[in-house]
Ligand binder design. Sequence first.
Ligand code: ADP
Length: 250
Amino acid sequence: DTTHGAILYLENITVSFDGFKALNNLNLDISVGELRCIIGPNGAGKTTMMDVITGKTRPTAGTAFFGQSIDLTRLTEYDIAHAGIGRKFQRPTVFEQHTVFENLELAMKMDKRVKSTLFSRLTTEQVDKIDACLRLIRLNGNERRLAGLLSHGQKQWLEIGMLLMQEPQLLLLDEPVAGMSDAETARTAELLNELRGKHSIMVVEHDMGFVAEIAQQGKVTVLHEGSVLAAGKMSEVQADERVIEVYLGR
Ligand code: ADP
């Protein structure tokens, strides 16, 4: 067992673009049930790292494993998504012409493992699953609204709900609170704290207040120039001279 029980295991990942190393010997692993925050200045390599994990970019060198045996460097984006890695991009992409409930229903039915078609009647268990998700994403009471009429924050929660309906084994969230109001940001922190331990989640985020809220019990990894500059508790990372220099210096 080379992955030590991690859900995600990256070892010495390098990505070169015409000789420029967007990732440079990056090492990172995530345990099952962990909520990991990734921070780092612009250009640190955060997006490139998520592109490697989801098969959008092939590493020039290094090893990337999902679970015990899935070599991410050999799978297509499509196969990686179906293997159980869900990615949420910054902009919400919900079906605006459909209701909140229908969005969750469609997401569930798009999951290959669900043996129902788009038009088959929902079972009681499936309705219960959608109801539980509605409460989690703070949209119960809004299930009959068109998704296009939701606030920006509500659309982001709906998209997280849609990903959860597909029961991903690893969830990647790219700046989930970008553009949210303070109240929405606080509710998103609550939501993610409720998911802690139940799902393995990687959050890339610029909002340090938000990171502090969700990293209280977890670990923060700081990327800089394509590798890990520091990792640990938020309090340790914040006090690290090298981290302060990267954020404030130059
Ligand atoms: P972050 O998401 O942390 O802001 P990125 O992963 O987007 O960082 O970028 C890391 C570095 O790699 C940046 O300097 C960026 O300009 C460079 N880069 C990213 N993608 C490409 C590409 N397709 N071709 C050339 N350079 C790239």
